[in-house]
Write a new protein. Structure first.
Length: 318
């Protein structure tokens, strides 16, 4: 990763302590996105994260967000390496970073098997090796347009140990998911090891995780509300052999639950899979419950070394 055209991606981006993640922009007409993101900026969010699925192209979304605001950062969460060549990815990254200095964050990930093989019609083999090669190519291909003059920011979505180490070694931040603070020792040491191998420290890495928060006194109702989503994550994301979310929760101490839910889901008994998700798992993975319970979970995440929460709103306006 030695391309002289690539500005150093340091210091780490200031993304604010609270960010917002949503895929809802794709449901808003492009002419109305300006109003939505200006309101988000006025609410004080530092960064607006959005996914790449089957909606707008992510660099187009970034242009809509950044062109309508003055301080809000736009961040892909994630842009899939299966969706475009490394050369095309670095061109979009550099173009946005030049026009909107230090306001665009490129979040990269390998996506999951179903999205890659069924929709992108590509292969999903050796995601770690492919990511290493992809990043090397991004940083070595030519770019003859006006180059950014300041730092560019690139973060990685990582779940497995090798990808976590790669994040610490080459990225400005960790785009974390499936994080349980009580099992932080399954995650953070890998990022630290990669950082130290590159002559950096953990303090150089922006550490953030997703957070689904809902406060309510009827805890049982909340548990039942989120149980199907948890079962889907453990059973349906990727495939039976490449569900990285399932593997991450297994390493975090929930191997028996993860295996049971996945087995039931893959066998076709989805209702049983949902019932098999225990309350304790939900309370570990979602920030739901009474105000005191939610506050304690947020404190636990920050105490584990996470500096940014990426909120996923679940409500609707009338």
């Amino acid at each position: 990763m030695t391309d002289s055209q690539t500005p150093p991606s340091f210091p780490k981006p200031d993304l604010g302590r609270i960010g917002l993640w949503t895929g809802s922009l794709d449901g808003v007409p492009g002419t109305k996105v300006r109003d939505v993101v200006q309101e988000i900026e006025s609410l004080g969010f530092g960064t607006l994260w959005y996914p790449e699925t089957v909606g707008r192209e992510p660099f187009v979304n970034a242009s809509l967000i950044l062109g309508a605001t003055t301080k809000l950062k736009a961040a892909t969460g994630i842009a899939s390496v299966a969706a475009r060549t490394a050369m095309a990815m670095q061109a979009g990254w550099k173009a946005l970073s030049e026009v909107y200095p230090q306001r665009f964050v490129l979040g990269l990930g390998t996506s999951h098997g179903h999205m890659v093989t069924k929709l992108h019609k590509s292969t999903y083999d050796k995601p770690y090796s492919n990511m290493v090669d992809y990043l090397d190519t991004m940083d070595s291909v030519p770019y003859f347009a006006v180059a950014p003059t300041g730092p560019m920011y690139r973060v990685l979505a990582a779940l497995g140990p090798k990808m976590l180490e790669l994040t610490g070694e080459v990225a400005d931040g960790w785009l974390g998911t499936s994080f349980i603070p009580e099992a932080a020792d399954q995650v953070i040491p890998h990022i630290r090891a990669g950082a130290e191998r590159a002559g950096r420290s953990l303090a150089d890495i922006d550490m953030q995780v997703n957070a689904t928060i809902e406060v309510g006194d009827d805890v049982e109702k909340l548990l039942d509300k989120y149980r199907p989503a948890a079962a889907f994550t453990l059973g349906a994301m990727g495939s039976a052999s490449t569900n990285f979310y399932n593997a991450a929760y297994s390493r975090a101490g929930w191997a028996d639950t993860a295996a049971e839910v996945q087995s039931l889901w893959v066998s076709g008994d989805k209702e049983a899979a949902v019932r098999a998700v225990p309350n304790e798992f939900l309370l570990s993975t979602y920030m739901i419950g009474t105000e005191k319970m939610v506050t304690e979970r947020i404190s636990a995440v920050h105490a584990a070394g996470i500096n940014t929460l990426r909120l996923a709103p679940v409500g609707r306006t009338s």
